[in-house]
Design a protein around this ligand. Structure first.
Ligand code: GLY
Length: 571
């Protein structure tokens, strides 16, 4: 029924053509260029942690390329920023291979174990059990990050895993001083960490979070990383590590088997591309919903000349485009290996034309008039880093264990903190997950299936400037990356792109989340008059971007000024 309605909108758009309520935006005359004529000759990395950025630069200095550096950054983040990502979680990466002039998407997303049972996520009275969905081993999908890192080293890197994992192993073994974000996350989750002895053993030495300035090490994780470095993927998914993971999960009431681990496979997928104002945006396909939503929003916006509008009308149109794209996110998207999705429709300019016709120039459309989805909580979890190397190879990688400190469950003897990614499935149909996102059958859990993600690692290629961009932040990832792309296309440098003040609408709840300072009083008042409900929230996101200006052949790397520990550096 809903599909039929969407087709209706699609057809109206087709029949009416592209005449929006505003003058159509004319694409720039310069064609989007995917031909990178020159190499930068130097490299840039921006990540959420200084030690991780330095690990990447160290591996580049040893002769590695962007893909080796990505292995070093991601594995070091597993050690120094475990609240956000790690080898117990997964990642998605959009990459550009300069020598082949080709882009590829690496899907190292977690999968549901074969014994997944939706009853485990219900209370006896049939209401959703948020604890099993978010804490402990039942909340954890089969990790994808170790396989993904081994894949990058084997297929794209120049160095062996022993070299690209060396900085992470050294940092785990010798220790480091945790930053305030990690210490805050440990304090916040202390009660949950105390539920499992290995979690308390790792994160609460002596019964409490490490003190500020104290050197903290994790010899178990160093050993697990060493096995991965020595044996590659089998060093994690079979043998000693696999045995330890499965027995720890079983002891705590989980349902993983050795077969689940042995069956895990990285997927290479064609990235999703969209043209907007002369730029080619290369971004995440399903099982991320991010790229589809960004493409839908840009397709809608391409029918307007935003540059000719005042801020109020420009913001109004962006909000209305966000509202419409998020509605589709909740209805259709899931793991492409399991679900047939109407992507041709969702990504069609004609479909966007139809949606554009439904936008009123001076009035908000109540989401209830469109159809159903819920609360936003950007939280401090997930992480993104961006890399461009001297040859022009690029990596946009977003890594996650899902919520803060994932499941808070560490598998004894491994140092591996398991994710709580099962909550990204629609475990209970039409009940909100931790980000307030609703889901349907398309994202229902099934054995071996990947849960839907919002991760949107993206590369934006213009005639003379290129950006590698992404951010954490649950459902807000999508709108952050969108706004970053718009800021870049408007001419912003890396520091401006990551600092750009944010707003977010996700269809339901029907309100605009606004970062303090995003709008002046007159703009807020005009948007409210139009029918938008604005809700100010603490700043969110942790964007990391690298920009290559091919006119000057300069790289520019920047980490989000909202957080203190990131580092964007060019060498
Ligand atoms: N776990 C957050 C995401 O993948 O969107």
């Amino acid at each position: 029924m809903k599909l039929a309605l969407r087709w209706h909108v699609f057809l109206i758009g087709f029949l009416l053509g592209t005449s929006g309520a505003f003058a159509a935006d004319k694409p720039q005359t310069s064609a989007p260029s995917t031909q990178l004529a020159q190499r930068p000759g130097h490299a840039g990395i921006a990540s959420a942690n200084t030690l991780a950025t330095e690990a990447g630069l160290e591996v580049l200095a040893k002769g590695g390329n962007a893909f080796d550096a990505a292995v070093a950054v991601a594995s070091t983040l597993s050690v120094v920023e475990p609240e956000s990502s790690g080898i117990g979680g997964g990642f998605m990466a959009t990459m550009y291979i300069a020598a082949d002039k080709r882009s590829v998407f690496i899907d190292a997303r977690e999968t549901a174990p074969a014994a997944v049972n939706t009853k485990d996520y219900l209370n006896p009275d049939g209401t959703p059990n948020r604890d099993t969905a978010l804490k402990g081993p039942l909340s954890a999908g089969i990790p994808g990050e170790p396989a993904g890192l081994a894949w990058l080293a084997k297929h794209y890197g120049k160095l062996p895993l022993t070299a690209s994992l060396a900085p992470a192993i050294r940092t785990a073994r010798d220790g480091f001083k945790p930053d305030n974000r990690l210490l805050g996350s440990i304090n916040e989750e202390q009660k949950n960490l105390e539920r499992w002895p290995a979690s308390a053993g790792k994160f609460l030495p002596g019964g409490k979070a490490p003190a500020a300035g104290q050197v903290w090490s994790d010899p178990d994780q160093a050993h697990t990383l060493e096995l991965l470095a020595k044996y590659g993927e089998p060093g994690f998914y079979s043998g000693e590590t696999a045995q330890k993971l499965v027995s720890a999960v079983h002891e705590a009431g989980g349902n993983w088997t050795l077969k689940d681990l042995a069956a895990y496979r990285v997927k290479e997928r064609a990235p999703l591309t969209v043209d907007y104002r002369g730029y080619k945006i290369i971004t995440a396909p399903p099982p991320s919903s991010g790229g589809v939503a960004i493409a839908e929003i840009l397709n809608i916006l391409s029918g307007f000349d935003l540059s000719k509008l005042d801020q109020v009308h420009r913001v109004h149109l962006v909000i209305e485009a966000m509202r419409r794209a998020f509605r589709d996110h909740n209805d259709y998207l899931g793991d492409p290996d399991f679900v047939k999705m109407p992507l041709n429709m969702l990504l069609s300019p004609y479909y966007a034309d139809g949606l554009r016709q439904t936008i009123l120039p001076d009035k908000a459309t109540p989401s209830s008039m469109l159809a159903p989805s819920n609360s936003e909580d950007p939280g401090q979890h997930t992480t993104h880093f961006s890399i461009i190397d001297a040859d022009g190879n690029m990596v946009a990688m977003t890594c996650t264990v899902n919520y803060v400190l994932g499941s808070t469950f560490v598998a004894k003897g491994t140092g591996v903190l398991l994710n709580d990614e099962m909550d990204d499935f629609a475990l209970v149909a039409n009940k909100p997950n931790v980000y307030g996102l609703l889901g349907s059958k398309a994202n229902a859990p099934e054995p071996g299936k990947r849960m839907l993600s919002s991760m949107s690692p993206s590369i934006v290629i213009g005639a003379d400037r290129t950006a590698v961009i992404g951010s954490p932040g649950g459902s807000t990832i999508i709108t952050q990356v969108l706004e970053g792309i718009l800021a870049f296309i408007d001419g912003g440098d890396a520091h401006q792109v990551v600092a750009y003040k944010r707003f977010h609408h996700q269809y339901m709840p029907d309100r605009v989340m606004v970062e303090p300072g995003a709008f002046d009083a007159a703009t807020s008042s005009a948007l409210t008059q139009m029918g938008h409900t604005l809700k100010e929230r603490e700043p969110w996101g942790f964007m990391n971007a690298v920009i290559w200006d091919r006119r000057t052949n300069k790289l520019d790397a920047a980490s989000d000024p909202r957080r203190e520990d990131g580092l964007g550096k060019v060498q």
